[in-house]
Design a protein around this ligand. Structure first.
Ligand code: HEC
Length: 143
């Protein structure tokens, strides 16, 4: 007997439609889980993917972690985009492109509140503006 109320993935639906339905339901559920906030995106587009590679090559990821790595020394970037960061002088700053650029080029200009070590500065010889833009895209993709 067909049960019209059987939910996809339920024993009744699976029994009727066979393995294909079960597999497609499982894939759908996985995609829903991945698209929820908090989980790091695995599929980065061109600029963000280049940015992710740069953060590993330049050593940023060793301190800050990233999509597949926990932060060890610096603040984690995952889920930080657009957050309000309280600086050591009490000023509140939005975690956006210009905050990332000043954090990388002139990290000592403004320190983040809390007991953090110093962040090394990266000048134009170590990291071009285009590369820094790719890193900005990556940090934005981390949410
Ligand atoms: C030696 C460890 C280390 C390395 C390498 C490093 N950082 Fe940092 N970074 C820090 C620390 C510690 C802070 C916090 C500094 C402060 O509070 O003043 C920080 C702060 C930041 C911030 C501000 C984050 C926030 O939440 O306030 C950004 C953005 C950032 N770093 C990006 C980078 C990028 C991009 C690179 C590579 C080009 C990099 N960092 C390399 C340790 C590091």
């Amino acid at each position: 007997m067909t049960d019209p109320h059987a939910a996809p993935g339920s024993a009744a639906a699976a029994g009727l439609a066979g393995p294909t339905l079960v597999v497609s339901w499982a894939v759908g559920a996985t995609l829903v889980l991945l698209s929820c906030g908090g989980s790091a995106p695995r599929d980065l587009d061109g600029a963000a993917a280049r940015g992710a590679t740069l953060t590993r090559e330049l050593g940023c990821a060793a301190c800050h972690g990233g999509a597949d790595q926990d932060a060890e020394i610096g603040p984690s970037w995952v889920g930080s985009w657009n957050d309000e960061i309280v600086m050591s002088d009490g000023e509140r700053v939005r975690f956006d492109a210009s905050y990332v650029v000043s954090s990388v080029r002139q990290p000592d200009l403004q320190r983040r509140g809390g007991d953090w070590r110093r962040m090394p500065a990266y000048d134009i010889d170590q990291l071009t503006d285009d590369e820094l833009n790719d890193i900005v895209d990556y940090l934005e993709a981390l949410g």
